[in-house]
Design a protein around this ligand. Structure first.
Ligand code: URA
Length: 437
């Protein structure tokens, strides 16, 4: 096979065969194809798209480019979740302990943040001592002993995706439906779960700007999962405004702890209960819990009893973290400079644009513009206002946690741009737009 023929075929709008897709993934992973040829193919895929069969073949080829984790010696049915990425999305930190507290083993690998999108691993690293890098042996031993693991992805999991994602990042080919769907699903399929809950975000702070596009992406991923024999649920959730109030790594850990302690922002708590309930629904396989209401009630019991918080504490302890930060989140890394942004006018909150809040957090040093950038775990913003809320002049709109006064000042224009007002009532944003079963 010649790569130039594969590129030409896709450039001309023809479907690639499974054999051609498997060949190019195998050769690229082995280092036998130059980046410029794979870049050309990615751009052709960006413009021409892929059929369902091609997308499934690409996902399976990427999943099989490394190790396929087999968790059957740990549990007969593993469940996993994945968020397509957003601002203030610390859901995993709450959902995993809650699901574990209901007696369902969870062994999850998560990613780092890039651009507007935060990453669970960066948030966990805000906890002093927490080990995000585990060997496969440690991962398995911990899953077997405690039924609870949360760590970074090992290099062995879908390495083709790692190489291709790096290339997409620098060739303008990230926002392609089949490429996003296959990238996400290759890692999910390789990590061995029988049931997968997808939290597909839409809005200003997400890859998918509209509900329709998020539904399309979710449907592609559901098809891939089902064709690969997995049980799937996809939630389409709002990412026009940040999820919860905290954006920034240590601040988000503190908000997750507050939520597991029964407090935290209402939207974030409700979001976590729904995602966790979906995981229980899959884990129960129609037998252990009767319906979604039963799953929600079980999760709420784990939340209100403190069992979820105890599981987060256990997770931190077994992965070497300082548990005193869970008992007292004020012991998490603290920014030296804290400033409050107040409303210059009153009115109904019309927008809290998640992308602008993310830019504020990036300006403070809470995220990465490009891979490898160093992040400051202590900095970020807390934005307690939500679309539809009434705000009085002088009321606090945001608390800025910065490394210096100059850095805090740099974040202010982004926050002013993010939060806009209307003189007439504004409907609050829904948490979810759709559920695809
Ligand atoms: N997350 C991924 O893992 N891959 C993408 O392409 C987009 C989001």
């Amino acid at each position: 096979m010649r790569m130039v023929d594969v590129i030409g075929k896709k450039r001309d709008g023809q479907a690639l065969s499974a054999a051609e897709i498997q060949w190019f993934i195998r050769e690229y992973t082995a280092g036998n194809l130059p980046d410029y040829q794979v870049s050309a193919l990615l751009m052709a895929i960006f413009f021409q798209g892929m059929t369902r069969e091609e997308t499934v073949a690409l996902t399976l080829a990427m999943a099989h480019s490394g190790q396929m984790l087999d968790l059957s010696d740990i549990t007969d049915y593993a469940v996993d979740k994945h968020s397509s990425g957003g601002v203030g999305d610390k859901t995993t930190l709450v959902v995993l302990p809650l699901v574990a507290a209901c007696g369902v083993p969870v062994a999850k690998m998560s990613g780092r943040g890039l651009g507007f999108s935060g990453g669970t691993i960066d948030k966990l690293e805000a906890i002093p001592g927490f080990r995000v890098s585990l060997s496969e042996q440690e991962f398995r031993a911990q899953a077997r002993q405690y039924g609870l693991v949360l760590c970074g992805q090992t290099g062995e999991l879908a390495p083709a995706d790692g190489k291709i994602y790096a290339l997409r990042d620098v060739t303008g080919t990230v926002p392609s439906m089949p490429l996003i769907a296959s990238s996400i699903m290759s890692k999910k399929l390789a990590s061995g779960a029988g049931g997968i809950v997808l939290d597909v975000k839409c809005g200003h702070g997400a890859f998918m700007p509209t509900v329709a596009l998020a539904q399309e992406l979710a449907a592609i991923m559901l098809n891939i999962g089902r064709d690969a024999g997995r049980d799937m649920i996809a939630l389409i959730s709002d990412m026009n405004q940040p999820l919860g109030a905290a954006v920034g790594n240590a601040l988000e850990v503190a908000e997750a702890v507050a939520t597991l302690a029964g407090g935290g922002p209402d939207d974030f708590r409700a979001h976590c209960v729904e995602v966790a309930a979906c995981m229980l629904k899959l884990a129960g396989r129609g037998q252990r819990w009767q319906d979604m209401d039963d799953c929600r009630r079980t999760i709420e019991t784990a939340l209100h009893s403190g069992d979820g918080l105890a599981k987060l504490r256990l997770l931190v302890q077994i992965q070497g973290g300082d548990v005193s930060v869970i008992d007292d989140p004020a012991r998490l890394p603290q920014a030296p400079h804290i400033a409050t942004l107040t409303a210059e006018q009153g009115g109904y909150v019309a927008q809290v644009r998640a992308d602008s809040v993310a830019q504020a957090a990036l300006a403070l040093g809470a995220g990465r513009e490009k891979k490898g950038d160093v992040i400051d775990p202590a900095v970020g913003v807390i934005v307690p206002v939500k679309v539809g809320q009434v705000v009085q002049p002088g009321q606090p709109l945001a608390t800025i946690h910065a490394s210096s006064a100059a850095s805090a000042a740099a974040a202010v224009p982004f926050l002013r741009q993010a939060i806009t007002f209307s003189a007439t009532p504004v409907e609050p944003l829904p948490l979810f737009y759709d559920v695809l079963l």
